[in-house]
Design a protein around this ligand. Sequence first.
Ligand code: UT7
Length: 336
Amino acid sequence: MSFSTHIVGVGGYLPERIMSNDELATIVDTSDDWIRERTGITQRHIIDKNQGTSDLATQAAQQALDDAGLTVHDIDAVIVATTTPDMVFPSTASMVQHKLGGKGFPCWDIQAVCSGFVYGLAQADGMMKGGMFKRVLLIGAESMSRIVDWSDRNTCVLFGDGAGAVVLEYKDAEHGILGSVLHCDGSYRDLLMAQHAHPGASPNNDRARLDMNTDAAGVAAVSMKGNEVFRFAVTKLGEVVDEVLGKHDLCKEDLHWLVPHQANIRILNATAKKLKMSTDQISITVAKHANTSAASVPLALNDLYRKGNIQTGQLLLLEAFAGGFAWGANLLRWSK
Ligand code: UT7
């Protein structure tokens, strides 16, 4: 045995309100058929106007702590991966710490959009290996409904709100996180972005139409050249899988589970084809919660875990692709 970082608790949370494709079709010129066929999405969850991203994150975190049989007092750090923090500052992670009843230990947010959780796992693993922390609570949480342009059918149909969390523990035990690879190419900024705007500056971001929050300091609207993002994502996700496996002298056939970012069922199917994996080996949750950005990967992990599908020693690959472009993957052997 040797020391490594292990996932010892998993949790997820989706806000109560469900918005169907049919409901969306009353807001923009779209249809249930188009959305299902082009994306695989059937519904998304929408945060309540009285909730913030930190509330979603806290729910997921509490479930992960319960699952680990731990409390916040056993935790040495909280990291929240989010693009949609409650406020510009303080960090969402500090709010989660407080809501969980913790105090004193470090908390911070990281921003790598849909790749935030994958980046966060790599960061936490590195810090734990470096001896800084024994236990870290890592959360991916988003309220994408607050930054989409609800008049743009090209993007608003794609996103939803939610949170997923893991408790990480550095311990002397078999298996655990083997390693991660991360990439970014900032030259692709314009293909997928959300420009910040001051209140009232974005007439398209009429959140009142959806009775959502109205208190945030500013608004931003997601814009995307979907086709180009799609092509790049499929290529880079294939490459990053080869890269991380190669670093650990493993091959595609060794993989038991793929836990990918949930943007589009067609991207997941194309990745499965490249990896020669059966779709049964892929955690697919995009249908029920759409693209929840940084929450996608931990929500997909939570779903797979709660179904009782993951066995000790199995090889899992987590991967994501995001605006930036920022992408990456984590490789681990399950050992909870
Ligand atoms: O999370 C970060 C990573 N994000 C992604 O990976 C997203 C990647 N991109 C995608 O998932 C897909 O490109 C989309 C789902 C965004 C779009 O699918 P597509 O097959 O690439 O469609 P398209 O953009 O080529 O559009 C096809 C048609 C267009 O009409 P015309 O120009 O052919 O007449 C669009 O205007 O579909 C139209 N369209 C819609 N129609 C009904 C676009 N959005 C909608 C809609 N409802 N919601």
